[in-house]
Design a protein around this ligand. Sequence first.
Ligand code: PMP
Length: 418
Amino acid sequence: APVYPIADVVGAHETVDCAAGRVRYVNGDYAASAPALTAVAGEIAQALPQYASVHRGAGHLSQLTTARYENARAVVAGFVRARADDHVIFTRNTTDGINLLARAVPGDTVVLDVEHHANLLPWQRSGADTKAKPELDRKCRVVTCRPTVAETLEALAAELHRAPAALLAVTGASNVTGEVLPLAKLADIAHDAGARILVDAAQLAPHRAITVAGHGIDYLVFSGHKLYAPFGCGVLVGRGDWLDAAEPYLAGGGATADVPPTDPSTDDAVEVAWRSGPARHEGGTPNVLGAIAIAAACVAIDDLGFERIGVHEHLLRTRLDGALDAIDGVRRLSIWSDSRDRVGIAAFTVAGHSPRAVAEHLNDAHGIGVRDGRFCAHPLLHHLGHPEGAVRVSFGVGTGSDDIDRLTAALADLVART
Ligand code: PMP
């Protein structure tokens, strides 16, 4: 039976010329950036003619824009079921949110070797800061994944107990294999060892309900552009104490409560009174439209409901896996043999064809866009035994079974011709 898209997204009717003639373009790269929901594009179009700078003035438009911006914060907090006193900080994207948090963590961070670079390099860099400022004393400790999730959780627990750590920073869903980790269990493991947990939800937030308070997640980050909103805005949600104690992420207007005049007779730094709360780390004029768009996406996704999203995705994934497994020489990649859940992502290799050749064939011969390469997760591709990379197809609410069928038929065609 056919499976239809469950929401309207921009670009759904895009057509391209390819060897097969003019065809509807299949977007198989939602995990890199998902197309905006048309409902989100509509909200942006409505907000666009009517804005002024936030937090700056008594003027009508400034007040209106400030109200919309602060409302967006509240909507995001509700979407992820945050605690009442959590900070919701608007960032540029997931990478930005993790870099921000990395400045605030007072100790070691433990990560897995399968993380996206965004959840690895900021920790390694903040560890390197220790050399310049020994008082910071923080390292990044990397744990190698075991063949099962269960054994991997044990290895994480052992590492957290071996030496004190401030944070466990872990992905909610792998950006390469789509495999989902058990968040509540991970939070318990971190807390039992006296650490906190950050979940990189860049790939999880569009696909699964997240309950920050219920799962015991201390910090959560995600990006608007993977959550059916456009580019340039992301979110960091979490506990305020470390964030309020940290140096402001961006020094500048908005981050300060009071700046005294400089004293020309001394080189001493002036005593600036930095704000606490989200403003401390949101120096400069924020991406108001980006925040409004994320909030609109949260509302639209909640309206659709994660139950419906989950069923739709399950149907498409089963169809995709079945068809891929039936093609000679196609091998799907996974990190764990016992992972129970996966979002709408599949990575695979095709024997005798480089990942780039497969991706080019799909685009040039069939008008199907997928991603190939190492997906900003080089250690993971090493871990999987594919340092040369793989092909990744990813989908979401705007995908239907004809997209999946076209992709798998095109792959079967490629294999049959060789
Ligand atoms: N983490 C994961 C799991 C991701 O998939 C991505 C994006 N590929 C990121 C972090 C980084 O997101 P952004 O590029 O929006 O900062």
